[in-house]
Design a protein around this ligand. Structure first.
Ligand code: SF4
Length: 70
């Protein structure tokens, strides 16, 4: 699985960063970015919690398709 962020809907509340600081980062412009898209199996529950905690729906989980793993 990977985590995908939609910049336009992000409200900058940083709930995601509080829950999974190793997967998200705030850039020099103060915008939330995904620091690490591919999710380790052991981290899936925690990143899912971060996705669900986002108040604006700016985060989602996507399956990594076979052969398209980047
Ligand atoms: S929790 Fe959602 S709205 Fe808040 S910084 Fe993260 S992606 Fe943006």
């Amino acid at each position: 699985m990977k985590v995908v962020h939609t910049q336009g809907t992000c409200g900058g509340v940083e709930e995601c960063l509080a829950i999974a600081p190793d997967y998200f980062v705030v850039d020099d412009d103060g915008l939330l970015q995904v620091a690490r898209a591919d999710i380790d199996g052991d981290d899936l529950e925690r990143v899912t919690e971060a996705v669900n905690a986002c108040p604006t729906g700016a985060l989602r989980l996507e399956k990594i398709l076979e052969g398209r793993h980047a």
